[in-house]
Design a protein around this ligand. Structure first.
Ligand SMILES: [Zn+2]
Ligand SMILES: [Zn+2]
Length: 392
């Protein structure tokens, strides 16, 4: 299929209407509930939501909040839609009205310019009250105050209140949301291309109501960016035998699982999830899955890193990389057991850092705790264990 390509336009050649480098028409053949799921994957999700002054239900290509303690880590130059630094009062103030000496430096964050101070408790407000010349944050567009952030909006003011009620003190919420959770950021183009991958994977689920011919426009767009590579997707585990599959457990994904709610019996395993979303309704069986976890240190919501995967598998994987079995086999690090005769029996392949082991039959082992005992603790542990080994 030929693309327009006039001024970067990725609509079909000979299209009607204006040019568009990010045409959602490419997945226009999907049913509306599938389109909704694609749209949602392009949104930053609520992480601790309102109480962190985060903005929810907006595109990933938005201003991000960078916590002061993450400044050394965050790839600031990659946040094309801007960023603002979040300071807690005890990070900024030495004493009431007195900033720490660090903030006198020319390149240090400055509340009211590239930073804001977030008050979370009445105690913080009493201990380090905003100086008299500080104003609560506000948003304006062309000099007119606005409530919702939009392109060209200007932030002013130095602080935001997100204070829960405590004793006789009422809750206080002042100042608009300041941005999205930085690890969820994607620029407009990466966000669009990730949606193209997810739309293609949706059409290739088991029992989907679509046929391959409908994905030609998606394929042309992805090919234009050098991203259409089903062979590579098979190697990564997000496709198997031409169908979408969960990169962790490698089971094929059924179309209905994109929309079915997770069974109550499976929900228990989600309760401990670090990524539990505030006020979330129940999860669908299959969700957005990242091969490499989202972190502060890089931007990982990119088309090369997205798939559909089971909510439960997402939870089990946690903040770890999902190593594809093809990669582990290529790395060649087999693991096995050794019996008392010294006979080795291999059963799988391990990642080089021993974070994950996979068997050819689909089993996955994940390291949940790293080595952390000191030499002294190790020898104490061994002595302790010898008590059992020797018997009574
Ligand atoms: Zn065009
Ligand atoms: Zn799975």
């Amino acid at each position: 299929m030929a693309l327009c390509l006039s001024a970067g336009c990725l609509k079909k050649q000979g299209h009607s209407g204006g040019h568009n480098p990010h045409p959602s028409q490419a997945w226009g053949f999907l049913a509306s509930k599938d389109k909704d799921k694609i749209t949602k994957a392009g949104f930053a999700t609520p992480r601790g939501g309102a109480k962190g002054a985060y903005q929810n239900h907006v595109l990933r290509s938005n201003k991000v909040i960078v916590p002061f303690e993450r400044l050394g880590q965050a790839p600031l130059h990659k946040y094309e839609d801007g960023f603002v630094i979040r300071l807690f009062p005890d990070q900024y103030f030495d004493a009431p009205g007195q900033p720490k000496p660090y903030f006198a430096a020319a390149d240090a964050p400055k509340p009211g310019q590239d930073a804001f101070v977030l008050y979370r408790t009445h105690h913080q407000l009493q201990t380090y009250p905003p100086p008299p010349n500080w104003r609560v944050r506000s948003l304006s567009l062309d000099g007119v105050p606005i409530n919702e952030r939009s392109a060209g909006a200007i932030d002013e003011g130095e602080y935001v209140l997100r204070i829960a009620a405590h004793g006789n003190n009422a809750a206080r919420t002042e100042g608009p949301p300041q941005g999205i959770f930085a690890p969820e950021y994607a620029n407009e183009n990466a966000n669009f291309l990730a949606k193209c991958i997810l739309a293609w994977l949706t059409a290739h689920t088991v029992d989907s109501p679509y046929v391959a011919a409908q994905t030609e426009h998606l394929e042309a767009i992805l090919a234009y960016y050098g991203l259409f590579d089903p062979k590579e997707w098979e190697a990564l585990g997000l496709v198997r035998s031409g169908f979408s599959s969960c990169p962790l457990c490698m089971k094929l994904i059924k179309y209905n699982e994109l929309h079915d709610q997770i069974a109550f019996s499976d929900e228990a395993s989600l309760l401990n999830a670090a990524e539990q979303v505030a006020n979330a309704t129940r999860s669908t069986v299959v969700n957005l899955f990242h091969m490499v976890p989202l972190t502060y240190s890089d931007i990982e919501h990119i088309p090369q890193n997205v798939a559909w995967g089971h909510a439960i598998c997402n939870t089990k994987l946690g903040q770890r990389r999902c190593y594809p079995i093809a990669q582990l086999i290529a790395d060649g690090q087999k693991v096995g057991t050794i019996d008392t005769e010294g006979i080795v029996s291999t059963f799988g392949w391990a990642s080089q850092n021993l974070e994950m082991i996979r068997s050819p039959a689909g089993a996955v082992w994940i390291r949940i705790v790293e080595d952390h005992l000191s030499a002294e603790e190790q020898s104490m542990l061994l002595e302790y264990l010898q008590v059992f080994e020797g018997g009574e």
